[in-house]
Design a protein around this ligand. Structure first.
Ligand SMILES: NC(=O)c1ccc[n+]([C@@H]2O[C@H](COP(=O)([O-])OP(=O)(O)OC[C@H]3O[C@@H](n4cnc5c(N)ncnc54)[C@H](OP(=O)(O)O)[C@@H]3O)[C@@H](O)[C@H]2O)c1
Length: 361
């Protein structure tokens, strides 16, 4: 059977190729292996960040190729084509972390009520969140409904949901305003939605300020979820109030400008993303703390039961879906040629923030 994988050069991930190989037939699977056909996967700047920090955060190790080439991980729905595991049924669809490929052979590890953990040796020291494959239709943390929306937003919204709890648990670090950079990113939008919801539900008096590029300013303003929207060349207009920055841009020059402007009014910098990975590196002059959702969720599981977590996340989804009916358009990219021409668009920040992309080989 023929199988396609999208590979990029790990040290120069603008260079890519599609590799076609054979994949084992059903009767060639080893005991415990499952052959997945990857039906569709989402692709946002989050996936580009996986490449940008591929060595530091070990993203290249999930689906290894060789020293030069790597595969960017994606969140996908995949159907079981063949199974040599008594626990996994042919035809079932799983959600999880897959390679940017048409197929994947997984090795079944621990079986859990809602899915299974990946058992390949090389995955065992990687973050457990990325090793779990969830049986779709069997997950209490997500409202039933449009699975394409779930595909795009699930990793991003879960991060925003955790960030919302992180900020609230710390009383917003005594800030009067929360500044979100790359305010047009889906993760920022979901966080702003949750912050706004808390403001109305709990009467919290923080302002939500979005910083964005000029080209995305009108889009972000139209969303109506930020109290104020400024562009990156309007930093001097950021109100002088006690502030917490939640950074999705990852641009040290920008953060230094905001830090210089706010001075002692800056209470906290939480570093979440780095969509502006192409910016010239600069030393960060302000102190920040990385927020890594997979690590934070492990920490919260000491406090939350799985059931409680599922209830909270389910409610967060409902809040998001109620507010998000019309600001994004689902876009489908099908076939290897179209994937190949789409990739540079996302890489170089040329995608429209309103577009939510779903790819399939
Ligand atoms: N730490 C964690 O655990 C965690 C978890 C989830 C996501 N994240 C991170 O959050 C960030 C946002 O991810 P997302 O998937 O939500 O993004 P997204 O929706 O694809 O973001 C699109 C926006 O990002 C900016 N952008 C994208 N590419 C750019 C480029 N090449 N140059 C300059 N600006 C660019 C633009 O925003 P503006 O014009 O508004 O700047 C653009 O509208 C990513 O870095 C992701 O890795 C982190």
């Amino acid at each position: 059977m023929s199988h396609h994988t999208y590979q990029v050069k790990k040290k120069q991930f603008g260079v890519s190729r599609i590799v076609e190989t054979d994949i084992p037939e059903a009767d060639q699977l080893q005991e415990g292996e499952v052959l997945f056909s990857i039906e569709r996967f989402s692709f946002t700047s989050n996936n580009i960040t996986y490449a940008a920090v591929g060595y530091q955060v070990r993203y290249w190790e999930f689906f290894p190729v060789d020293d030069e080439w790597g595969v960017i991980p994606v969140w996908a729905f995949a159907k079981v084509e063949a199974s040599a595991s008594e626990h996994i049924r042919v035809g079932d669809v799983y959600y999880g972390y897959f390679p940017m490929s048409s197929h994947f052979i997984s090795k079944v590890g621990t079986i859990k009520p809602h899915g299974f953990s990946e058992g390949h040796e090389h995955r065992q020291t990687l973050s457990p969140i990325y090793n779990f494959y969830t049986l779709t239709g069997n997950d209490p943390s997500i409202p039933r409904g449009n699975t394409d929306i779930q595909l795009v937003f699930r990793p991003l919204l879960t991060t925003s949901f955790l960030l919302d709890h992180f900020l609230s648990d710390h009383q917003y670090f005594d800030a009067q305003q929360i500044i979100l950079t790359s305010a047009s990113s889906k993760t920022a939008i979901a966080l702003a939605t949750f912050l706004k919801h808390r403001k109305t539900q709990e009467g919290i008096s923080v302002r939500i300020l979005g910083l964005t590029s000029q080209k995305n300013e009108a889009f972000v303003k139209r969303l109506g979820i930020y109290d104020e929207v400024l562009t990156y060349d309007e930093i001097s207009s950021v109100p002088m109030q006690a502030s917490t920055i939640v950074d999705f841009a990852g641009n040290a020059h920008l953060l230094n400008q905001v830090g210089d402007h706010l001075g002692t009014q800056l209470r906290k910098l939480s570093q979440v993303g780095m969509v502006q990975w192409q910016e010239k590196p600069e030393e960060l002059k302000i102190e920040g703390e990385f927020f890594f959702a997979p690590a934070y969720i492990q920490m919260k599981f000491k406090e939350w039961t799985m059931e409680h977590y599922s209830q909270l996340l389910h409610s967060a989804w409902n809040v998001f879906l109620e507010q998000s009916e019309d600001w994004f358009d689902l876009q489908h990219i099908r076939g290897k040629e179209d994937i190949h021409s789409f990739y540079p668009k996302m890489l170089n920040g040329l995608a429209q923030p309103k577009d939510a992309y779903i790819l399939s080989f």
